[in-house]
Design a protein around this ligand. Structure first.
Ligand code: GLN
Length: 244
């Protein structure tokens, strides 16, 4: 199928509440990398009180504990629907606070436990220390194999069951600063602590997510045309292994 005849629908979940450290850059990257190829994008913002319809790809950013509390209730109302979307192959990308709500719960330092939507078998508890700094992750499914970004979280995320990490922490703290895991994946649900934003300097991961969303929509693998990523890869490589 020619790319100009392709389309994907992207839902941006609660951007007015969860959109920290440039997370909007992830949406801009996904939309631009489709448009540069002639792939149409239907982009929809879902804000508090609005219903969620079916999409090929869902994105949710990060935020402070207070904004997470506001979003948790909204998300929880759509738990069954979003789990069905996961099982139908929709792609999800959650960053930091949004990632934490993809699990069973997030227990902030102060206040009540926030119930997550259990898209993945994971849970998060706030730690005493805030992890802030650059992160490099070594994956076994991307080429190049690395992911780079910036973390700022006190939450410690632990993975269970069939939920696997995105990769191994090479620089930084990752999920919890203990087990050297970074991020998480279950089916087409991806979560990570990498802000910055993540996708502009990890174009290979952006294309991986776009390919999965197209495969979900059209029921077959679709080879994406190559883009001139010289600048993006130069930026990526300049950050690999960098702590400061
Ligand atoms: N409030 C959460 C934490 O501190 C998430 C922070 C974020 O999204 N950057 O762990």
């Amino acid at each position: 199928m020619e790319e100009k005849n392709l389309k994907i629908s992207i839902a941006h979940l609660y951007p007015k509440l969860l959109n920290l450290y440039g997370d909007m850059g992830n949406i801009i990257t996904l939309v631009k990398r489709c448009e540069w190829r002639g792939i149409q994008v239907e982009y929809e913002e879902i804000n508090s009180g609005e219903s969620i319809s079916s999409h090929d790809l869902y994105f949710i950013g990060g935020g402070q504990d207070k904004q997470q509390q506001d979003v948790a209730g909204e998300l929880y109302k759509n738990k069954e629907f979003l789990q069905q979307e996961r099982d139908n192959g929709s792609v999800f990308l959650g960053i930091c606070g949004g990632y934490q709500l993809f699990g069973h719960y997030y227990q902030p330092f102060d206040g009540d436990k926030l119930l997550g939507i259990s898209l993945m078998d994971a849970y998060t508890v706030a730690g005493k220390k805030r992890f802030i700094g650059n992160v490099t992750v070594e994956t076994d499914f991307l080429s190049p194999s690395t992911l780079v970004g910036f973390e700022n979280h006190s939450g410690l995320t632990y993975l269970q069951g069939e939920t696997k990490p995105l990769g191994k922490v090479v620089v930084g703290n990752g999920n919890n600063g203990q087990d050297k895991t970074a991020g998480a994946r279950f089916k087409n649900v991806f979560g990570t602590y990498l802000h910055g934003s993540l996708l502009p300097k990890n174009p290979h991961f952006a294309d991986y997510l776009i390919s999965l969303a197209l495969e979900k929509r059209y029921g077959k693998k679709i080879e994406l045309s190559k883009l001139d990523d010289e600048l993006e890869i130069m930026t990526h490589n300049s950050l690999v292994g960098k702590a400061y």
